[in-house]
Design a protein around this ligand. Sequence first.
Ligand code: IPE
Ligand code: IPE
Ligand code: MG
Length: 248
Amino acid sequence: MSSKKDSGNLSVMPPPKHIAIIMDGNGRWAKSRHLPRSRGHQKGVQTVRKIVKHCAKLGVNTLTLFAFSSENMKRSRDEVGLLFKLFLSVLKTETGKLKDNNIRLKIIGDLSVFTPEIIALAQEAEASLQSNTGLTLVIAANYGGQWDITESAKKIAIDVSNGALDPDNINAALFNQYTALSGLPEVDLLIRTSGEVRLSNFLLWDLAYSEFYFSKTLWPDFNEQSLDDAILDFHSRDRRFGERNGEE
Ligand code: IPE
Ligand code: IPE
Ligand code: MG
């Protein structure tokens, strides 16, 4: 492809349909300012607001945000408690705003670790936004890619054992229907902030052919321009999906 990173014009390019983001670096952002980690997480929520709004404006179909990994449960009780509290307060304060902005919400992950209040609010929020037609916002909470694949395998095994599914019909397309992101477009672009270059057990199944973009910017400093830079870079990629289009 001929388009170059700096010469692209976002307004004339269709945005990636599905962007997934590993929002990393809240702790380091706070540490560099001699602030408690909690302040980094609070500032991170402000970035979430900005990026969700910007994706809706750009016409992105789906935005999946890694908010809390299954491994993050291993952090201190204080930090996990704080992250749960933040999740609860965001559900309380943001659902109305999502409604006003025609945004749908889907929460993926093993929700069983959360308090009944969080689980109920999450379900209410999803239901109240279900008929919206704009951006689909997916929040991955206590999510792990290996958990997602294992859960899918479990559900498939149940369907096979009760006769609803013939093992001969199990293929990638069918498996996909059992995963947490089933029914949503394939992930085009995966962004990870803060300079770490790993997946940390995020969407293992869904990233099979996604483009990866690693930014050194810490999540609380990530902004609309940072996302535009990632999307421009995405447009400069030659996505071949294993084919050699038009080449000898
Ligand atoms: C990402 O920021 C937010 C969560 C994982 C919940 P971190 O808390 O991982 O921040 P760093 O990586 O320590 O800077
Ligand atoms: C991944 O970040 C999880 C989220 C951003 C929610 P971590 O900071 O937990 O990952 P590691 O520990 O660097 O692999
Ligand atoms: Mg981190």
